[in-house]
Ligand binder design. Sequence first.
Ligand SMILES: Nc1ncnc2c1ncn2[C@@H]1O[C@H](COP(=O)(O)OP(=O)(O)OP(=O)(O)O)[C@@H](O)[C@H]1O
Length: 243
Amino acid sequence: MEMNQLSKCYGDKTILQRFTAQIKRPEIISLLGKSGQGKSTLLRILCRLEAQDEGEILLHGHSYLTVDPKEWRKKICYVSQQSYMLPGSVEDNLRMVSQLHKTPFDMPLAKKLMISLDLDYLDWGKKSIDLSGGEKQRVALVRSLLLSPEILLLDEVTASLDMQSKHTVEKLLQEWQEQEGTTCICITHDIEQAQRMSHRIWFIEEGSLLEDSDSCDFFENPCTESARNYLQRVPQGETSCLM
Ligand SMILES: Nc1ncnc2c1ncn2[C@@H]1O[C@H](COP(=O)(O)OP(=O)(O)OP(=O)(O)O)[C@@H](O)[C@H]1O
């Protein structure tokens, strides 16, 4: 995937400024940066929930304009921090993507993923509205994985989870990425999580990509002053506001 010169304004406020990046190989990429720098806006644009004002997105060399948005969102899935649940049961939510995209529902895979995320205790008949925040986030993740997307966009998806569940999600994502060759772009404010999980770091400031580095290089020797300041300001061991 290529992102060329993506720009976006809300009113007179510039959110993305000629954001340019390429995904060269399937990797786990952590998207880091202070609050309000345009990280979520970028992910929403990449899955075409929002339109950029300028710039182009290419997938396998083809412009996003040549691909039907529904087909696009089958390949590029976004899991938001809020984890939207559709009305109905857990099972309705899990089946929803196959109904939407007219693909067969893979029950064994759904069960396997639910077990991998420690959700085997969950009654599939339970109303989705009655799930806890952490349960909703994990069901939303399973729902997206069932589509086997090429690119998974994760917006602080472990924010409501306790430490053990957080590690469970990380493990699943790492195994999934390796087995399926999926690219994951993860917004996180948890530096330790980014260190544990990522192959690559994108560091964003004021809507521009300041650093695109191998994860070890970024944490050992960030290239820009902004990234150095950002890393210094985040206390080691801070794990309150995660992925
Ligand atoms: N629909 C919208 N209308 C107007 N302003 C918006 C809208 N969505 C986001 N913004 C503003 O755009 C800026 C960037 O928001 P965005 O959510 O992309 O940042 P972020 O880097 O993901 O921040 P955080 O780490 O706090 O989630 C913020 O100032 C936000 O208030």
